[in-house]
Design a protein around this ligand. Structure first.
Ligand SMILES: [Zn+2]
Length: 335
């Protein structure tokens, strides 16, 4: 009986032990399942994030491709001297590297506090800019800032003590805000070339043109950390007149004027937008398009595939110095 009891007890103990073991095992399984769920969530969130990054990285080249196609089409259909091929926004990390570089430069630059000033006369002066008898040259660079080319342009301008005007794209300013600061701090005029340079987006109607102008203004203000900065000066992507979008452009010209925004084109160019050209070909085209004009607004481009512009720039500057021209930027007008 005792044995039986013991047996029973043992059996009972065994049952208890088994129950305990089952509980333990269930607990361990539950922990493992929980860990698997947590791990899966972690992996899933990682994968989603990567997907998101891939999508955003993928969007940019597609957008760029679309943009370049658009530009190329426009170049054929619209203006023979059409500007622009925007270099690729592909390396987002480059922004970080680049900011680093420019922190050093910023330490040595003078923090300017010059702001363009609204000027009623300015609109008239800009409209008549090509007809001035004064020997003057406005060096203008469109489509920047760019990672590699802008710093080289700025170095050359500094070596020659020449001030220029940069017609920047908001999308690029967002990528390279420190470069824009450097342009500004070194006394160059920051003017507006819209945000996207995507014609089908810009030229839907007059309001979308004005939206592009405003979006770029916001990018400039943020990059400079100066909410009071206003450029007052727009350069229409592809030029302010003619071509497929002339009707919209005409309405936009009027709208911009109503809002006190001037616009300007160019009367001289290096042709650096038209594919890969040699330095000498750029200089030759500059000379031919300049002709015997006294007042010159020279169009060049600031994008990563424009090394020819950097190569030609010192000779271009030297040419105008030798010819007795005064270098100007649009602070001369909006002051
Ligand atoms: Zn452009």
């Amino acid at each position: 009986m005792l044995y039986g009891m013991e047996e029973f007890d043992d059996e009972f103990g065994l049952i208890q032990k088994e129950t305990l073991n089952v509980k333990k095992v269930s607990f361990v399984i539950a922990i493992i399942v929980l860990l698997i769920i947590v791990f899966s969530c972690f992996i899933f969130s990682k994968v989603s994030k990567n997907k998101e990054n891939n999508v955003s990285q993928g969007t940019v080249p597609n957008y760029q491709e679309q943009l370049n196609n658009e530009v190329n089409n426009e170049q054929l259909a619209q203006l023979p001297n059409e500007d622009v091929q925007v270099d690729k926004i592909t390396n987002v990390n480059a922004v970080q590297e680049y900011n680093g570089d420019h922190k050093q430069i910023a330490e040595h630059s003078i923090e300017l506090n010059i702001l363009p000033v609204a000027n009623v006369e300015g609109h008239k002066l800009i409209k008549d800019i090509y007809y001035s008898e004064e020997k003057q040259v406005y060096l203008t660079f469109d489509d920047g800032p760019s990672k590699d080319i802008t710093p080289q342009i700025l170095d050359i301008l500094k070596e020659n003590d020449v001030k220029a005007t940069f017609f920047v794209l908001g999308a690029r300013v967002d990528l390279y805000p420190e470069t824009l600061k450097r342009e500004y701090n070194e006394g160059h005029y920051i003017a507006n070339h819209g945000y996207s340079h995507e014609y089908s987006r810009i030229y839907q109607n007059k309001d979308t043109v004005y939206d592009e102008f405003n979006q770029c203004e916001v990018s400039i203000k943020n990059a400079l950390g100066k909410q009071e900065y206003k450029s007052y000066l727009f350069r229409f992507p592809g030029g302010s007149r003619g071509g497929r979008y002339e009707k919209v452009k005409a309405e936009a010209r009027q709208l911009l004027e109503e809002y006190g925004v001037a616009y300007t084109n160019w009367n001289c160019l290096t042709g650096d937008a038209a594919g890969k050209k040699t330095k000498d070909a750029c200089i030759q085209e500059m000379l031919e398009s300049k002709g015997n004009q006294n007042s010159v607004v020279l169009l060049m481009h600031d994008a990563n595939d424009k090394s020819q512009t950097v190569e030609a720039l010192p000779e271009i500057i030297q040419y105008y110095k030798n010819e007795g021209y005064t270098f100007k930027n649009f602070y001369e007008i909006f002051k």
